[in-house]
Design a protein around this ligand. Structure first.
Ligand code: DQA
Length: 142
C-alpha cells in the first residue's frame, strides 16, 4: 500500500487560490492517484485532513505497516515538529510533494521542517508531482 496524505486546505483544491494551485480539485487528484496506482499495479489510498492529530495517526499507521508515503504537509511543512516527528518514524520511503514551487514564494514557505526526514522532495510541478512520486515509489513496491 502507498498512502497519499494531504494536509490542511488541500481539500479545497480547485477553488483555493487557483492562480497558485491550479483548477484540479481534490476529487480530481484522488482520481489521478488511483488511476496511476492501477496503471502501475500498486495499491494507493488517498486521504486529506485539516486535523493534525488525524495526520499523525495516519503516519503512525503507515509506520506500523512499513508503508511508503506521498505526503503534502501543506502549511504544516513550515513549522509543525509533531508532523515531522511522526514522519521520522516511517521505515518506508517518504516523498514530500508540494504543488507550488515553495522556493519562489514567500520567504516563510522556503523552509520545510519535513524535508530532512523525507527520502525526496518534489515541488512546483503541480499535481503532476503526485504522479511522479507514485511512479518512483512503485519501483520499490513489493
Ligand atoms: C503547499 C505549499 C504550502 O506552502 C502551502 O501552505 C500549502 C500547499 C503546496 O502544495 O504547494 O497549503 O504544500
Amino acid at each position: 500500500m502507498i498512502y497519499v496524505l494531504n494536509g490542511p486546505n488541500l481539500g479545497r483544491l480547485g477553488t483555493r487560490e487557483p492562480s497558485v494551485y491550479g483548477s484540479t480539485t481534490h476529487a480530481d487528484l484522488v482520481d489521478l492517484c488511483l488511476t496511476t496506482g492501477e496503471r502501475l499495479g500498486v495499491r494507493v489510498e488517498v486521504r486529506q485532513t485539516d486535523a493534525e492529530h488525524e495526520m499523525i495517526a495516519w503516519l503512525h499507521q503507515a509506520a506500523d505497516e512499513g508503508a511508503d508515503v506521498v505526503l503534502n504537509p501543506a502549511a504544516w511543512s513550515h513549522y509543525n515538529i509533531a508532523i515531522r516527528d511522526a514522519a521520522a518514524q516511517l521505515s518506508g520511503r517518504l516523498v514530500e510533494v508540494h504543488i507550488s514551487n515553495i522556493h519562489t514564494r514567500e520567504e516563510f514557505r522556503h523552509h520545510s521542517v519535513i524535508s530532512a526526514v523525507a527520502t525526496g522532495v518534489i515541488a512546483g510541478l503541480g499535481t503532476d508531482g503526485y504522479r511522479l512520486a507514485l511512479e518512483h515509489l512503485a519501483r520499490f513496491a513489493a
